[in-house]
Design a protein around this ligand. Structure first.
Ligand SMILES: *[C@@H]1O[C@H](CO)[C@@H](O)[C@H](O)[C@H]1NC(C)=O
Ligand SMILES: *[C@@H]1O[C@H](CO)[C@@H](O)[C@H](O)[C@H]1NC(C)=O
Ligand SMILES: *[C@@H]1O[C@H](CO)[C@@H](O)[C@H](O)[C@H]1NC(C)=O
Length: 324
C-alpha cells in the first residue's frame, strides 16, 4: 500500500471502472451521458500494488462538472486559450505524413505503457514499471478527463514514457528517407527532441512525497500563506530535493549554511528512506510557506517543483502587504 488519497473527481455521467490491475491490459471504463444537477464527489484512489483494483460498490455514477471551485481557477471563456497553439507546434513533425501504425508501434522502445481508448473505454497495456507511481497518476488524470468530457474523447491510442528525459531525437528523423518519428508522450521536451509533452503526473498527485492533487494542494498552499505574513517568515532561501540528478544542484548545496558562511540559504537533501519512515511530513509543501524565498533549480529536466513555487508566490501576491 503506497498511500491513500482523497481525489476530487468531477463526474458527469454514468461511469464505472470495471477493473484496474497493474499488469497487462486493463483499465476499463464505460459511461453513459446523463443530465443531473451538479454534484462534487471525492473518491479515493487506492494504489494497492499487488492487486486487481476495482471501484467500490458505492462508487458514484452521476454528476456534472462544477467549474471555478478554487480561487485560483481560470474563469470560463468563450475563446480558446492562447496556449492551445502549442498543440500545432508539438504535432508538427507529423503534419505532412500523419501518424502511421508503424510509427506508433516503434514508440514501444522506451514506453512504460500504451493507452487505448475505444468507445469510451480505456485499456492499458503496461510494458514496464515506471518510477514510483508516475504511471498510475498519469492514467488517473486521463480517466478524469474522460469523466469530465464523456463521449467527447475520440478513439485513440498513445504510447507514454514516464521517465524524465526526452528520447526521440530530431536529428534521427531529419533525412529524406527516415521512417518518421514515433509519437511518444512524456512530461518534458526540449529543442533537440520530438517527444510530445503531457502534463506531469504530480498534477494528480505524487504519493511518495505526500503531494496531493493540484486542486487540494492549492487550497492548502493558500491556507499556509494566510497563516503568516511574509515578513514574519524565515528570512532564508529554501530548497529541498535530489542533488544527484544535476551537477548544478550539487553546486547549489555548497551555498548551505556552514561554520564559515551564511548566505541565507537553507538547503536539504530529500532523504527517501528517513522520510518514508516519518510519513513524509517533512516534505509537506504547505509547510514550505514558512520561508520567504524558494529556490528553483532544474534536475534531469525541468522540475515539477516549479508550479508549486509559483503557486506559493501567487499566494504571496494574493496576500499583501508584500512588496519588498
Ligand atoms: C498483497 O496485498 C495484500 C493487502 O492488500 C497483502 O495482504 C498481501 O500480503 C500482498 N501480497 C503480496 C504478494 O505482496
Ligand atoms: C516494438 O514494436 C516493433 C514493431 O512493431 C516490434 O517488432 C518489437 O518486437 C516491439 N518491441 C517490444 C519490446 O515490444
Ligand atoms: C544545510 O544546513 C542545515 C542547517 O545547518 C542542515 O540542517 C542541513 O542538513 C544542511 N544540508 C545539507 C544538504 O547538508
Amino acid at each position: 500500500m503506497i498511500e491513500l488519497f482523497a481525489f476530487s473527481i468531477i463526474l458527469q455521467s454514468n461511469f464505472s471502472v470495471h477493473n484496474i490491475s497493474r499488469n497487462k491490459t486493463v483499465i476499463i471504463v464505460s459511461r453513459k451521458p446523463q443530465n443531473r444537477p451538479p454534484k462534487r464527489i471525492t473518491t479515493p484512489l487506492n494504489c494497492v500494488k499487488n492487486q486487481t483494483q476495482t471501484c467500490p460498490t458505492n462508487y458514484p455514477k452521476t454528476s456534472q462538472t462544477q467549474e471555478s471551485i478554487s480561487d485560483y481557477s481560470i474563469p470560463p471563456t468563450s475563446t480558446c486559450p492562447d496556449y492551445f497553439r502549442w498543440i500545432h507546434e508539438d504535432l508538427s513533425p507529423w503534419k505532412v505524413t500523419g501518424i502511421t501504425r508503424d510509427m506508433l508501434e516503434r514508440a514501444n522502445q522506451t514506453a512504460h505503457f500504451r493507452l487505448i481508448l475505444v468507445n469510451n473505454k480505456v485499456y492499458i497495456h503496461k510494458y514496464k514499471q515506471s518510477i514510483q507511481t508516475r504511471d498510475v497518476f498519469t492514467i488517473w488524470g486521463i480517466l478524469q478527463l474522460l469523466r469530465k468530457y464523456p463521449g467527447r474523447l475520440p478513439d485513440l491510442e498513445l504510447m507514454f514514457d514516464c521517465d524524465d528525459r526526452p528520447v526521440i531525437r530530431s536529428r534521427d528523423y531529419s533525412g529524406p528517407n527516415n521512417k518518421g518519428p514515433p509519437p511518444l508522450f512524456r512530461y518534458s521536451g526540449d529543442r533537440w527532441t520530438m517527444d510530445i509533452v503531457f502534463p506531469d503526473w504530480s498534477f494528480w498527485g505524487w504519493a511518495e512525497i505526500n503531494i496531493k492533487p493540484w486542486e487540494s494542494l492549492l487550497r492548502e498552499l493558500k491556507e499556509g500563506n494566510n497563516g503568516r505574513n511574509w515578513v514574519d517568515r524565515e528570512p532564508y532561501a529554501y530548497w529541498k530535493g535530489n542533488p544527484f540528478v544535476a551537477e548544478t544542484r550539487r553546486d547549489l548545496l555548497t551555498c548551505n549554511l556552514s561554520d564559515k558562511h551564511d548566505w541565507n540559504a537553507r538547503l536539504y537533501v530529500q532523504d527517501w528512506i528517513l522520510e518514508s519512515k516519518q510519513g513524509f511530513q517533512q516534505s509537506n509543501l504547505a509547510s514550505q510557506c514558512a520561508h520567504r524565498y524558494k529556490i528553483y533549480i532544474e534536475g534531469y529536466a525541468w522540475s515539477v517543483s516549479e508550479k508549486y513555487i509559483l503557486a506559493l508566490f501567487m499566494g504571496v501576491i494574493y496576500n499583501p502587504p508584500l512588496i519588498i
